[in-house]
Design a protein around this ligand. Structure first.
Ligand code: CP
Length: 305
């Protein structure tokens, strides 16, 4: 990671690099909380946030992470920019870079591969904050950080990723990180939302959530991403919840120490019952806290000399 110029995905990240990021992220926490106060490791550095899709957690936590490390943060507003007059994304980024030194550009975009294109076009390091249904590497890292904190390790750990696998960049980054670290991953959901070739990523497939539930140590629930569907792939939310929702009843059939995760945003009552989202198995807000720690680690490690 120290010699890496960009973080574009987890597919090519080694176990050693992954663990180094998790260890650095863990160093920013004590007693389960982020250590308060600022560090000056990125003083004089500038972080550019380029979010072309909505975001709460990723966008805010990158800003918080950068500011905790004393970096300057520039947030680009696409809707009020010359993109609306036809300027390209790459011209936009090059023009912003020409105004001063940008050290890192963090980009979220609906088109897969946009962070890779940006990385080839500007001098700054690039971090992928989610590109279409391709990857969301810092989400994958904060998810494995959370699992490591709660479960202690990954060998033999059974992890289910449940829901809209086809449109989920989180599922792909989670699969890459979990496989790298030695967990056993099963994806589960309606056949219309699981790609035919998903087993090539080294996962098992299940269409029977009820059969899977008692076996799993970790259950990661995903939102149905209707905004990425060109046609309806589900009969109704009610039918989806009946077959694949983590309801209160299903949660009672989980292993006693199994945990529930969700990258957010949650559609409460659809993929996840409110009582389960807020219940004692849920580590969802721990994931959010870890998002800041992981993003601090990634920013620091990409910029250290
Ligand atoms: N998990 C995640 O990417 O959330 P946001 O879309 O709010 O950033």
């Amino acid at each position: 990671m120290g010699r890496r110029r960009h973080l574009l995905g987890l597919e090519a990240l080694s176990r050693e690099e992954t663990v180094a990021i998790l260890d650095r992220a863990a160093s920013f926490k004590k007693d389960g909380r982020l250590i308060p106060g600022k560090r000056d490791t990125l003083k004089g550095k500038a972080v550019l946030l380029l979010f072309f899709e909505p975001s709460t957690r990723t966008s805010m936590s990158f800003e918080i992470a950068a500011k905790r490390l004393s970096a300057d943060v520039l947030r680009f507003n696409g809707a009020g920019s010359s993109l609306t007059k036809g300027e390209s994304l790459i011209d936009t980024a090059r023009n912003i870079e020409a105004m001063g030194n940008i050290d890192v550009a963090v980009i979220r975009h609906s088109v897969p591969g946009t962070p890779q294109l940006l990385a080839r076009s500007i001098d700054a390091a690039v971090i992928n904050a989610g590109d279409g249904a391709h990857e969301h590497p810092t989400q994958g890292l904060l998810d494995v950080m959370t699992i490591r904190e709660v479960k202690g390790g990954f060998e033999g750990l059974k992890v289910a990723i449940v829901g809209d696998i086809a449109h989920s960049r989180v599922a792909r980054s989670d699969i890459f990180a979990l496989n790298t670290l030695g967990a056993e991953v099963t994806v589960c959901g309606p056949a219309t939302l699981i790609p035919d070739d998903i087993t090539a990523l080294g996962v098992d497939v299940s269409y029977d959530f009820d059969a899977l539930i008692p076996e799993m140590d970790v259950v990661i629930m995903l939102r149905i991403q209707r905004e990425r569907m060109e046609e309806s792939l589900l009969p109704s939310d009610r039918e989806y919840t009946r077959c694949f929702g983590l309801t209160r009843d299903r949660a009672t059939r989980m292993k006693p120490d199994a945990i529930v995760m969700h990258p957010g945003p949650i559609n409460r009552g659809v993929e996840l019952a409110p009582e389960v989202a807020d219940g004692e198995r849920s580590v969802i807000l721990q994931q959010v806290t870890n998002g800041v720690a992981v993003r601090m680690a990634v920013l620091e490690m990409l910029l250290e000399t």
